[in-house]
Design a binder for this molecule. Structure first.
Ligand SMILES: Cc1cc2nc3c(=O)[nH]c(=O)nc-3n(C[C@H](O)[C@H](O)[C@H](O)COP(=O)(O)OP(=O)(O)OC[C@H]3O[C@@H](n4cnc5c(N)ncnc54)[C@H](O)[C@@H]3O)c2cc1C
Length: 476
């Protein structure tokens, strides 16, 4: 990680004549994986930028005991390069924690441990620039490179300097943002009564515990974890907890071994080759693959509720699925009133509560603002979404000889595996193989027992990658 002396006005970090080979925008797990796998490719000149002052993975949800939903092998590099110095196991070795991990027999890491591992990688990899907000990207035909404008931010997020860098190719790994349903947006913006998104849960935990009654909305993993955390911490018999969800049930996440093969390169390739309308029809029906609740969390909730009936009586909790919030408003200065619709019953009711936690999920961060100047060059599908090829490249007008790759913004073309950490290393390797016109990371031609789709006579099953855009001649 490198930093520029305070207040210095930087105009061009790549030197007057040489654009970078690759600039990465956003340093979440996915671009961190790419940076770690690019590191040994010394002929590649790369730099990655993130607006946050340092790497922190979903800090508002590092709830004690919360774990990843994928095994530790889904770290930043292992599934394509198990000998990399950036593996989770090597991180443990540097921390002299391999034996404790060996005896811990933990396949699913604590979320806090994954966060610490990624931060270790981010603090030891070169060419990662935190505190750099990328403001705009445009194509410079003279330089045959993208111009990337950034604002250097101070530790409090204040703008300190403006700068520009040039790169032949870009990768957007700008992640997701919390989603707040329309009926609750006004309330979420007003600080008086806590109406918070689950992403900020730990910042408000104590205040929520002090409230007599709280309502959790949303039946995903975050909603379940917050409900469980509050349930465990609130006095028996005076829990004052409502848990509401639009889904017809508090349903488990699909975790069967064959079901999980939807998170493989084989399924991603199959999905990408489907017609657009078929892809669009498939995704909503696959919600339980990535939006359900981990079965161990569901079991822990039932256990805690059951434990609270041992002295007789039932806990003061209400868990109701199939309910959506039609509107919401304030009651005085200290309470919120939710107007609820029960879809199956066709009934309505009102719920007054002291605080609301919106475990209502995330949406892919919009690329349009960043890429506004490139809009004329971007090829779009019938839904006005960027067309993205099998190498995770945005389809651009041929006059743009550089490539723009995306990470975690291509569910519409690559399916449910897009936000999955288990595909991080494979996607990064796919991008680097495409970028270098070589195969620094040979990839498996088969990754699932399920054969998705019927074999097509024309489908090649080789590891090589056809090219588009700028050619990268390795620098000796
Ligand atoms: C609480 C939670 C738990 C999850 N657990 C799992 C799990 O167990 N298993 C799993 O497979 N998936 C999980 N996911 C899904 C997914 O893996 C994560 O969301 C992951 O963080 C996505 O990584 P990312 O790199 O796409 O984006 P993010 O982690 O969202 O990072 C994007 C980065 O881009 C930066 N950025 C954005 N715009 C700009 C800009 N203009 N300039 C500079 N920087 C910018 C942001 O500051 C941010 O640091 C979880 C998601 C959440 C929310």
């Amino acid at each position: 990680m490198t930093s520029t002396p305070e207040g210095a006005l930087t105009t061009d970090t790549t030197g007057p004549d040489e654009p970078l080979d690759l600039a990465g925008i956003g340093i979440g797990p996915f671009n961190l994986s790419l940076a770690a796998l690019a590191h040994p490719l010394t002929h590649l000149r790369t730099a990655f930028y993130d607006q946050s002052p340092a790497f922190h993975w979903h800090p508002g949800l590092l709830i004690d005991g919360a774990t990843l939903q994928v095994p530790f092998l889904a770290d930043l590099v292992t599934l394509v390069d198990p000998a990399s110095p950036w593996t989770f196991l090597n991180y443990l070795k540097t921390r002299e924690r391999l034996f404790p991990f060996y005896f811990a027999e933990r396949f699913h890491l604590h979320r806090a441990e994954y966060d610490a591992y990624c931060r270790w990688v981010s603090e030891n990899l070169p060419d990662l620039h935190f505190g750099h907000q990328i403001d705009a990207v445009r194509w410079n035909p003279e330089r045959e490179a993208f111009e990337v404008d950034f604002t250097q931010l101070g530790t409090e997020g204040e703008a300190e300097a403006l700068g520009r860098t040039y790169a032949r190719n870009l990768v957007l790994g700008i992640g997701t943002t919390p989603h707040i349903p329309v009926p609750l947006r006004l309330l979420a913006d007003a600080p008086a009564v806590p109406v918070i998104h689950s992403a900020d849960y730990l910042d408000h935990r104590e205040r929520l515990l002090a409230a007599d009654h709280i309502t959790v909305i949303g039946a995903g993993q975050s909603g379940a974890e917050i409900f469980l955390d509050q349930l465990r911490a609130r006095p028996a018999g005076r829990e004052g907890l409502h848990w509401l969800a639009r889904t017809p049930a508090f349903a488990p996440m699909e975790y069967s071994k064959l079901g999980l093969e939807h998170f493989t390169p084989d399924y991603t390739r199959y999905f990408h080759a489907l017609p657009e309308r078929v892809r669009d029809g498939l995704v909503p029906g696959q919600w339980q693959l990535h939006k359900g609740i981990d079965h161990t969390t569901l079991a822990a909730i039932h256990d805690e509720l059951y434990r609270r009936t041992l002295d007789g009586g039932w806990p003061d909790t209400t868990l109701t699925p199939g309910v959506c919030v039609r509107t919401a408003g304030r009651v005085g200065t200290t309470k919120v009133e939710l107007h609820l619709d029960h879809t199956q019953q066709g009934t309505r009711s009102r719920l007054t509560t002291d605080a609301v936690i919106l475990a209502t999920g995330y949406r892919e961060r919009r690329m349009d603002t960043l890429l506004a100047a490139l809009d004329p060059y971007v090829r779009r599908d019938s839904g006005e979404r960027p067309r993205i090829d099998e190498h995770h490249r945005i389809a651009l007008d041929p006059s743009v000889t550089g490539s723009i790759y995306v990470q975690n913004a291509e569910t519409h073309t690559h399916g449910v595996g897009t936000p999955d950490l288990g595909l991080a290393a494979w996607r990064s390797a796919t991008i680097l193989n495409s970028l270098t016109d070589k195969t620094p990371y040979p990839l498996p031609t088969r990754t699932a027992f399920t054969t998705f789709g019927l074999p097509q006579p024309s489908t090649p099953r080789t590891g090589t990658v056809p090219r588009q855009g700028s050619t990268l001649v390795p620098r000796h």
